[in-house]
Each structure stands twice: as structure tokens, then as C-alpha cells.
Write a protein that binds this ligand. Structure first.
Ligand SMILES: Nc1nc2c(c(=O)[nH]1)N[C@H]1C(S)=C(S)[C@@H](COP(=O)(O)OP(=O)(O)OC[C@H]3O[C@@H](n4cnc5c(=O)[nH]c(N)nc54)[C@H](O)[C@@H]3O)O[C@H]1N2
Ligand SMILES: Nc1nc2c(c(=O)[nH]1)N[C@H]1C(S)=C(S)[C@@H](COP(=O)(O)OP(=O)(O)OC[C@H]3O[C@@H](n4cnc5c(=O)[nH]c(N)nc54)[C@H](O)[C@@H]3O)O[C@H]1N2
Ligand code: SF4
Ligand SMILES: [Mo]
Length: 754
């Protein structure tokens, strides 16, 4: 019995899908169609929800996969609608090359690839190998991420490669490596969350960013557990908590130190665990002695009584899990913040215990695998260091090159973008899986740098805001059209399967890298006949590294094995839980770190009196290239917006629906006002899913964490102004009233001023 009506068919061709309510109704009536049968995973976030897909690209059928243990059949609205992008009218099916008139025009693959290869050769001959840079992504499969790193180091010979995970997981990674000796976001399966008596969830809005994960938090509370949420906003996640601590943005480190102070003061730390399994506690005990609750209240805005209550809920529970996400991590002190919360989990003696522990919630689809196989400026596959002579020798042997031919480490994502087209930076850039014109901090400045390049090449499915600036755009296959693997937020490796043939004219990223490498004289190292063959080489390159994939194969995954890395050989069952007996540090112990919180890089003042924080809404994904094109999602989150507390709105004389300017020292954005008591009075919130005039990143501060080089997306100083030039207000209203599915919204969102 088909779910698809003629009307919904038409919507699909336009990029929409049948209304969710209709589908839910059908399901309730038991009128579910024969389930689509190919096992797949949602293309978006790190939940990588299991789905079943069938039908055709024009009329896809999609259901949650009830047998997949992570989401257990649940999908969020983005997952339900994801297949709508496959046959979307905007889908690129031909390369685009900038012509003499300055416009992007269709070209053949040979023309496009020759143009790229000629330009790369000319730029490298003139300026050296480092004249070309590569910008990768946590959206890429393990195979693609691995191959992109190899392409940069071998085919281009450049030191300039980094990726968007630098804007995402870099602080979490640096902190976990420093404390535990390994960086696996969750060192235990997600379902363990349901077993914790207490959970401290810091800077994470799970209900909107990993919605199916809420089932585990819900089960935890149903079993009598406590959930404490630390977030300046009363998000749907915070509303579901036992206790919400609405801190002043940027004060996480101080709050953590205050919680630890109370735990120590009230005798709630696990001295035996601390003595046996950790080092460095004495210094931390000394440092947090000065963080008494009254002082912490003055700095964080969290009432003293709530600080004490939170500490007691954690310290008096038999099992406790501490989790951080971007709220605490995307700060110029993001690593220190994360370490301060790790200190709590260690002091409680919970890390390595069943139902307890510490984790960082990974964000992007392959945010975990994408950070392990060599897209990072200083990294080789298997989470090895490019600075380590042994690692260089091992990987060079797998690649059949001289270790000395491997370039040295490059610079981090923001530093790389900010150097483009300057004397110190690349003159050409290849972007695969990112839209930095929208997602990079101080995006106005970064768009100028992208324009200053001699060569910008973007591989994408659609003309993203970054692709719109490119010299060459290469159309690539989407998730349901290619084979590969993804590593989810738990470190579990999953299969991405080809369900549909890609549209004519489109190639996979793997094919593109081979075609380009061939033109640069490196065909051999990039001629793979399948993604499984790439994965096999990745396994060998990773062997012996921290993220060891040697024992994992497409065949084992296809046979239904649940494989978590590390998995060093074919007989190894994988490692769902880490740290039960020791830590992968030289002495087997975890490390405490003294954290001395500082002010954010930019605090409010008279000129810019409000805190601005940025993040996500349920119905949009990242820079929005896909989700701004889907009707059901556009209906739910149609225009760029700023969330303002009612008191602040009254003070500014603004009302819900007004179009306002938000201004910071970096620039201004035109946004529609949402008045909501979920915000703090002193804090406004802007989601970052839009480009052009409504882009949050026109406002954000690119202050970087000294260790992770993570930008401070979550805190800067801003002011609200009611007046906007009429023309811009008109543009936003037009976007708002557009009943289409994004096709018409896109030009409105492009910045027409430059
Ligand atoms: N709907 C949707 N889901 C997504 C994504 C998406 O784009 N859309 N993206 C995916 C990706 S890549 C990622 S990284 C994850 C991110 O997932 P989350 O980290 O949950 O998402 P964010 O909205 O960026 O930030 C989380 C919360 O941090 C709060 N916050 C702001 N400032 C501070 C602060 O100073 N301290 C603290 N403690 N909290 C603060 C914000 O109010 C926000 O509610 O989501 C993934 N899932
Ligand atoms: N202000 C603010 N800015 C932020 C954040 C924030 O919280 N606030 N969060 C940051 C975070 S956590 C992240 S992860 C970044 C994300 O921001 P981006 O790095 O821009 O990531 P996406 O929007 O996912 O961009 C992916 C692009 O690549 C394309 N794409 C997707 N999959 C593939 C693929 O397999 N191959 C190819 N060739 N292309 C593909 C998509 O169509 C899209 O255009 O944004 C960061 N920026
Ligand atoms: S939670 Fe993430 S993976 Fe699951 S359906 Fe939603 S966007 Fe897709
Ligand atoms: Mo992210």
C-alpha cells in the first residue's frame, strides 16, 4: 500500500515529502506500506540513525530501522525528510566552471578537471607545493576522509589540510586525549545513559540536536534518575531536566570548579579511585578551594543553592555520567572547560564504570571517524601524529612513498581560511564537504579570503554559498548513492550503502580524487575499484594507531557485526566500552588538570551590552545547504532569527516578528525576532543555518582556543537595533512568505551587497 499520493509526489519532485502528520496517521492506522528494505543511515548527524529505504530517488520510501539499536526506529524530522534532497530540482548534475564573463557555467568533466589540474600545476610551480590547500569534513565517510588526507599529502604534497571538525570536536578531542590518552567521543554505547543514576549534561541541546537519543535520557529519568542541564537557555532539553543551571555564557569552567569544590567539601569524591586510577588530583583540590559556591554564583549567575544541589545529586548517586557538547567546547577556553568537567567525572570515580563515565557528544555524521584518519593538519591515519617519525614511516610504507616526502604539519581550519590568498597562505583551495562561507566564524572576513583565491574548487551536491564563490564546482554523489563507512558518536563503525544510482553526470568524491590525482601524476595510489578496497588500505594505515581499524571490514559489517574501534585484528570483537581497567596513557592512569577560568575573549560592555550565543534549531542542519531546500523543514524554520527574552524585547521596544539588526564588532546580521522566555535576559541566541544577510557568523568572534584552535562560536558581545534598511526587511519578508521549498529562498539568502 503506497504512502505516496499524487500530491505528495509533486511535492517530492519539488524537494518536499508527504506531511509528517499524514505518515504518522497511516502508521497509527496500521496502514504502513511494505517496509522499504535496504538498511541505510541518515546522512546528517552523529546519531547516524538506522533507516530502511526503498522506492526510487523521485519517490523514495523511508522508515526508521527498528532493529538498529542506537535509534531503535526513531528518526527526527530531518531524517524523515532526508531523501527529499536526492532528486531535488537544484541538484547539480554537471560540473560548473567560471567563464570569461565571470559566471558559473556547465562544462564537461574533462574541461573542469583539466582546468583544476592546470591551475594546481601552475600555482605549485610558481609558489611551491603549499600553494594549494584542502578543506575536508566530518560529513565524509571514513574512506573519503582517509583518501582526502592521502590526496593532500601525496598527490598535492601540501601541508595545508584541515577540516570543519576543527569547528566542532577539536576541544573535546584535545581534552579527552590529555585526560584519558584517547579521543573517542562516547567511550561507551549510548544506551548506557539510561543506566546512570545522575547525568550532568553541559552545553548540549539533545532534544533538538540528537532527538532520538532523548529516549535514553527519558528512560533514565523514568527509572528515578536525575538529569542536570547546564545551558544559558531553557531549551527543550533543559525543560526535561530535574535541574537546569542557566549559566552566563562562557562561565562553564568556573561552574565546574564550583561543583568540584562542593563535592570535595562535602566528602563526596572517591578517594580510592583517585589514588588508584588518576594522577594530579592534589593540585586540582588546591585550585578549586577558592571556588566556593557564593563566589561561583556571582560569576556564573547560577544560584548557590542550585550549585550545591547539583553537586549533591551527582555525588550521592551510585552511577553518574558527565557529558559535554558544543556549548562548553566552542569557546576560546573550550579545552579547559571540558577538562574541568572531566575532573568532576574522575573525582566521582565514575570513568570506566558501567552506567558512569564521561563523554563528549559528537555532532557531524562522521564527526568521529572524520577526526581519526588524517584530515587534521597534524594528523596521519589511525589518529597518529604527523610529527612522529615512526608514524610517518608506517603510513609512508602503506602509501608506497618516502617518509621524508610527507609534508610537515599545517595550520588549523580558521588560520588556514584566514590565510587564503595572502603571502602566507594557499592560493588555491579544494573544499570537500563544508560550506565555510556560512559556517566559519567572522564569515564576512572569510568570504573575502575565499574571493581572494586564484583557484577555489568545491565538491558538493548543490551550489552552496561557498560553491557560489568557486572557480570550479564538481557535482558529487549523495549518501544514498555511494558505498562506505561512518563511525557514529559511540565509536561504532556503520555501513553506508548505495541504494540508488547517482543521477547521470555525477561522480563520487572517491572517483573525483582519483581523476584529479591521475592528472597530477599519481594515479596508482588512488585507483581503487571499491570503497571496500579504500577501507582495507585505511585499516592497514591505522594499524597500531590509537584509532585502530585493522580488524574491521565491509564484509564483517555487512554480516551484521557491531564493531566499535579499536579493533586490531579480524578475530577481535571490537571495543564497546573503554577504560574498565586502565587508560591508554603511559602509566595507565587518567590525568586531572588544573583549570583557571578566564573571561571570554569578548565580554559585553556599554557599546555591545548583550551576550550573543549561537547554535542550532531542530529543523535545520548546519549551513543548511540541504535542509533549506526541503519544504517541511523550511516550513518549520523558514528564516534567520534571533531569540530574545521578553524583558529585553520590551527594553528595546521590539516585538515578535520584527526585523532587526544584530551588530557586533565583526559585522551585522538582519534577523527576525522571536520573543521567548527561554533566553536569559542578558543573552540573545542566533542559529547559524543561514547565509547571506541573516548569517550568524557575520557576528561571531574568531578568538581561538590556544590548544584546539576552536573558535569562540558560543560567546561574544552584541547589540540589538530595531531599524534596518527597508530593502533588507523586504528581502527577509519575501523569504518568509515564500511557500516553496527553498529553491526561491536560496537567492534571497545570498548576500547581494558584494
Ligand atoms: N537540528 C540539528 N541537529 C544537529 C546539527 C544541526 O545543525 N541541526 N548539527 C550536528 C552537529 S555538527 C553538532 S556539533 C551537534 C551540536 O549539538 P549541540 O551542542 O547540542 O548544539 P548547539 O545548539 O550548538 O549548542 C548546544 C547548547 O549550548 C548552549 N550554550 C550556548 N552558550 C553556552 C555556554 O557558554 N555554556 C554552555 N554550557 N552552553 C552554552 C546553547 O544555548 C545550546 O542550547 O548537533 C548535531 N545535530
Ligand atoms: N555560529 C556558529 N557557527 C558554527 C557552529 C555553531 O554552533 N555556531 N557550529 C560549527 C560546527 S559544530 C560545524 S560541524 C560546522 C558545520 O558547518 P559546515 O562545515 O559548513 O558543514 P555543513 O553545513 O554540513 O556543510 C557541508 C557541505 O558539504 C556538502 N556535503 C555534505 N556531505 C558531503 C559529501 O559527502 N561530499 C561532498 N563533497 N560534499 C558534502 C553539503 O551539501 C554542504 O554544502 O559549523 C560550525 N559553525
Ligand atoms: S537524529 Fe540525526 S541521524 Fe537521526 S534522523 Fe535526526 S538528523 Fe538523522
Ligand atoms: Mo559540529
Amino acid at each position: 500500500m503506497p504512502t505516496i499520493t499524487p500530491d505528495s509526489l509533486r511535492q517530492r519532485r519539488e524537494g518536499g515529502t508527504p506531511p509528517l502528520t499524514a505518515r504518522v496517521l497511516l502508521r497509527r492506522l496500521g496502514n504502513v506500506p511494505t517496509p522499504p528494505s535496504t538498511r541505510a543511515h541518515c546522512p546528517y548527524c552523529a546519531m547516524q540513525c538506522g533507516m530502511l529505504i526503498g522506492g526510487t530517488p523521485d519517490t523514495p520510501e523511508l522508515a526508521g530501522d527498528g532493529d538498529f539499536p542506537v535509534n531503535r526506529g526513531a528518526l527526527c524530522i530531518k531524517g524523515w525528510t532526508s531523501a527529499g534532497a536526492l532528486a531535488h530540482a537544484d541538484r547539480l548534475t554537471s560540473p560548473l566552471v567560471r567563464n570569461a564573463e565571470g559566471a558559473l557555467a556547465p562544462a564537461t568533466w574533462d574541461e573542469a578537471l583539466d582546468r583544476i589540474a592546470d591551475a594546481i600545476r601552475a600555482l605549485q610551480a610558481r609558489y611551491g607545493k603549499d600553494a594549494i590547500g584542502v578543506f575536508g569534513s566530518g560529513a565524509l565517510t571514513n574512506e573519503k576522509a582517509y583518501l582526502l588526507g592521502k590526496f593532500a599529502r601525496v598527490a598535492l604534497g601540501t601541508r595545508h589540510i584541515d577540516y570543519n571538525g576543527r569547528f566542532c570536536m577539536a576541544s573535546a578531542a584535545a581534552a579527552a586525549n590529555a585526560a584519558f590518552g584517547i579521543d573517542r567521543g562516547l567511550p561507551f554505547p549510548l544506551a548506557d545513559i539510561a543506566e546512570a543514576e545522575a547525568i550532568l549534561l553541559v552545553g548540549s541541546n539533545v532534544a533538538e540536536t540528537l532527538p532520538p537519543a532523548m529516549q535514553y535520557f527519558d528512560a533514565q529519568r523514568r527509572a528515578g534518575g536525575h538529569l542536570i542541564v547546564v545551558d544559558p537557555r531553557r531549551t527543550p532539553t533543559a525543560a526535561a531536566a530535574t535541574l537546569h543551571l542557566p549559566l552566563v555564557p562562557g562561565t562553564d569552567g568556573m561552574l565546574a570548579n564550583g561543583l568540584l569544590h562542593v563535592l570535595i567539601r562535602d566528602g563526596l569524591v572517591d578517594e580510592a579511585y583517585i589514588a588508584q586510577r588518576t594522577i594530579g588530583f592534589a593540585a586540582v583540590r588546591g585550585a578549586v578551594a577558592a571556588c566556593w559556591p557564593g563566589r561561583v554564583e556571582r560569576i556564573t549567575g547560577v544560584p548557590e543553592a542550585d550549585i550545591v544541589r547539583a553537586a549533591h545529586l551527582l555525588g550521592r548517586s551510585r552511577s553518574a555520567i558527565v557529558l559535554t557538547a558544543r556549548g562548553a567546547e566552542q569557546q576560546a577556553q573550550g579545552v579547559a572547560n571540558t577538562l574541568a568537567f572531566i575532573n568532576i567525572a574522575l573525582a566521582l570515580g565514575q570513568v570506566g564504570r558501567r552506567g558512569g563515565g564521561f563523554g563528549c557528544l559528537t555532532g557531524q555524521g562522521n564527526g568521529q571517524g572524520g577526526r581519526e584518519h588524517g584530515q587534521k593538519s597534524d594528523q596521519l591515519p589511525g589518529y597518529r601524529s604527523l610529527r612522529d617519525p615512526q608514524a610517518r614511516a608506517h603510513v609512508a610504507a602503506v602509501w608506497g612513498v618516502d617518509p621524508d616526502a610527507l609534508p610537515p604539519p599545517g595550520i588549523s581550519a580558521f588560520e588556514l581560511l584566514d590565510a587564503l590568498g595572502t603571502d602566507n597562505g594557499p592560493r588555491g583551495l579544494l573544499v570537500v564537504g563544508s560550506n565555510p562561507a556560512v559556517s566559519a566564524p567572522a564569515a564576512g572576513r572569510i568570504s573575502k579570503r575565499l574571493r581572494a583565491l586564484d583557484l577555489l574548487v568545491v565538491c558538493d551536491f548543490f551550489v552552496s554559498e561557498t560553491a557560489a564563490l568557486a572557480d570550479v564546482v564538481l557535482p558529487v554523489a549523495m549518501w544514498a548513492e555511494e558505498e562506505g563507512t561512518i563511525t557514529n558518536l559511540e565509536g561504532r563503525v556503520l555501513r553506508r550503502r548505495r541504494v540508488f544510482a547517482p543521477p547521470a553526470g555525477v561522480r563520487t568524491d572517491i572517483e573525483v580524487l582519483h581523476l584529479l590525482a591521475s592528472r597530477l601524476g599519481h594515479s596508482k595510489g588512488f585507483a581503487f575499484d571499491s570503497a571496500a578496497a579504500v577501507f582495507e588500505e585505511l585499516g592497514r594505515a591505522s594499524a597500531g594507531g590509537a584509532a585502530d581499524y585493522r580488524g574491521i571490514s565491509h564484509a564483517r559489517l555487512d554480516a551484521g557485526e557491531a564493531l566499535y574501534w579499536p579493533c586490531p585484528d579480524e578475530a577481535h570483537p571490537g571495543t564497546p566500552r573503554l577504560f574498565a581497567s586502565d587508560f591508554p596513557t603511559p602509566d595507565g592512569c587518567a590525568r586531572f588538570h588544573v583549570v583557571t577560568p578566564t573571561d571570554p575573549a569578548e565580554a559585553p560592555d556599554r557599546e555591545y551590552p548583550l551576550y550573543l550565543t549561537t547554535g542550532r534549531v531542530l529543523a535545520q542542519y548546519q549551513s543548511g545547504t540541504q535542509t533549506r531546500r526541503l519544504r517541511e523543514l523550511v516550513d518549520r524554520a523558514p528564516v534567520p532569527r534571533v531569540e530574545v527574552h521578553p524583558v529585553t524585547a520590551t527594553q528595546h521596544g521590539i516585538n515578535a516578528g520584527d526585523i532587526v539588526t544584530v551588530r557586533t564588532r565583526r559585522g551585522e546580521a538582519t534577523l527576525q525576532v522571536h520573543v521567548t522566555a527561554t533566553a536569559r535576559v542578558d543573552t540573545i541566541f542566533v542559529p547559524f543555518h543561514w547565509g547571506g544577510l541573516g548569517s550568524a557568523n557575520l557576528l561571531t568572534n574568531p578568538a581561538l582556543d590556544p590548544t584546539s584552535k576552536m573558535p569562540e562560536f558560543k560567546v561574544c558581545a552584541a547589540r540589538l537595533e530595531l531599524r534596518v534598511p527597508d530593502m533588507r526587511a523586504a528581502q527577509l519578508v519575501r523569504a518568509n512568505q515564500d511557500d516553496g521549498c527553498g529553491v526561491a529562498v536560496v537567492p534571497v539568502l545570498l548576500d547581494t551587497r558584494s
